[in-house]
Structures are given as structure tokens and as C-alpha cells.
Design a binder for this molecule. Structure first.
Ligand code: FMN
Length: 184
């Protein structure tokens, strides 16, 4: 499948909103409509070679789901269906939501938990993001001074959301497109 698949987990709808904005920015010709992971099977995700996966942060940097206190099925319940899947050769860009003032000690930390799972499945990860412009004490999602994916704090910095999405969408578009110019 040559289009980009966009999947998200959500408890209160914000991650869905961000996924929809991303889809609009990328365009219907290159990305399929975002789908909640609580209504898909592994095959729905595995049909794509390029993916954008989004997650809110709940618990203490855990994968969101019923164990982390969520009321809705989320990434935890979807991942439980995956049995040793092969994501090698697949490219994935992640985005994570969080609230830097309220959760300054573990800002957007669930992003790292999701990143590690898919890295373990052999995926090529793209789309890291600068930590500049955010104020927090600690985030598990920082590697070598950068977030492992786009981080959105729609609650505290909602006025920056659209600009961040625009810049990131341009950044990941060539990295996720199947036909790379260099391959010609
Ligand atoms: C109970 C609860 C726990 C949360 N824990 C964290 C956290 O550990 N780190 C963080 O950055 N944000 C945390 N948040 C903020 C959410 O991740 C943020 O509001 C996100 O946008 C929610 O996305 P959703 O509407 O898609 O569920 C928490 C929010 C709630 C209500």
C-alpha cells in the first residue's frame, strides 16, 4: 500500500483532532484518513509501508490503555493483538501529546513507550523533533536532546499547534513517501 496510514489512540479526543489536522496537511492523495487503534486489527496497520502513529500520555510514561487508568481501549489493547509482527522496512513517524505544566516531570513520556515497541518490531523511525519552545523538567521521550517524534501540548500551547504540525508535516512528507528520488 503506497499511501501513509495514520493511526492514533485517544481518551478525550485531542489526539484524534491532531491526527485529522495532520491528514489535512498531508492531503488525501498521500495519506489515508486517521483511524482509532481501538477499532482496527493488526492487518489494518500492517498493510502500510509508511505510518504515522499518535499517542496521548497517561500513567507514568506507560502505553495508554486500561492498565494506565484509561476508560477507553487504547494502544495497550491494540498492541496485545500483535504477535511478533514484522515491521522491518516500514517507516514510522510518531507524534505524542502531553501537558508540560501539569505533568512537567513526565512530559509526553508515553511517546517513548510506543516508540520502543515499534523500534523493537524492526521499524525505521523518522521525524524526531526539537525540544526548544517547551518548558518541562523531564520527558522519557528525549534521546540525544531531541524528542523521538513531534510533541504537541494542545492544552498549554494550543496556539503553537498548527505551526508545529505544518513544519513537521513538511519534514516527514519526503521521509515517508514510498518513491524516493535517490532510488531513481
Ligand atoms: C489522568 C491524566 C493523566 C495524564 N498524564 C500525563 C502525563 O503523564 N504526561 C503528560 O505529558 N500528559 C499527561 N496528561 C495529559 C494528556 O496526555 C493530554 O491532555 C492529551 O492531550 C490527552 O489526549 P487525548 O485527548 O487524545 O486523550 C494526562 C491527562 C490526564 C487527564
Amino acid at each position: 500500500m503506497s499511501k501513509i496510514g495514520i493511526f492514533f489512540g485517544t481518551e478525550t479526543g485531542t489526539t484524534r483532532l491532531i491526527a485529522k489536522k495532520l491528514h489535512k496537511l498531508l492531503g488525501d492523495d498521500i495519506a489515508d484518513k486517521p483511524v482509532n487503534v481501538n477499532r482496527i486489527t493488526p492487518a489494518d496497520m500492517l498493510q502500510y509501508d509508511a505510518l504515522i502513529l499518535g499517542t496521548p500520555s497517561y500513567g507514568v510514561g506507560e502505553i495508554p490503555g486500561l492498565s494506565a487508568g484509561c476508560l477507553e481501549r487504547n494502544w495497550e489493547e491494540f498492541l496485545a493483538q500483535l504477535q511478533n509482527p514484522d515491521f522491518s522496512g516500514k517507516r514510522i513517524a510518531f507524534f505524542g501529546l502531553g501537558a508540560q505544566e501539569r505533568y512537567a516531570d513526565r512530559f509526553a513520556s508515553s511517546l517513548m513507550a510506543l516508540y520502543q515497541v515499534f523500534k523493537g518490531f524492526g521499524a525505521d523511525i523518522v521525524g524526531d523533533w526539537s525540544t526548544e519552545g517547551y518548558t518541562f523538567q523531564h520527558s522519557a521521550s528525549v534521546v540525544d536532546g531531541r524528542f523521538v517524534g513531534l510533541v504537541i501540548d494542545h492544552r498549554t500551547q494550543g496556539m503553537l499547534t498548527d505551526e508545529r504540525l505544518k513544519i513537521w508535516a513538511e519534514q516527514i512528507r519526503p521521509l515517508l513517501s514510498t518513491k524516493r528520488a535517490s532510488a531513481a
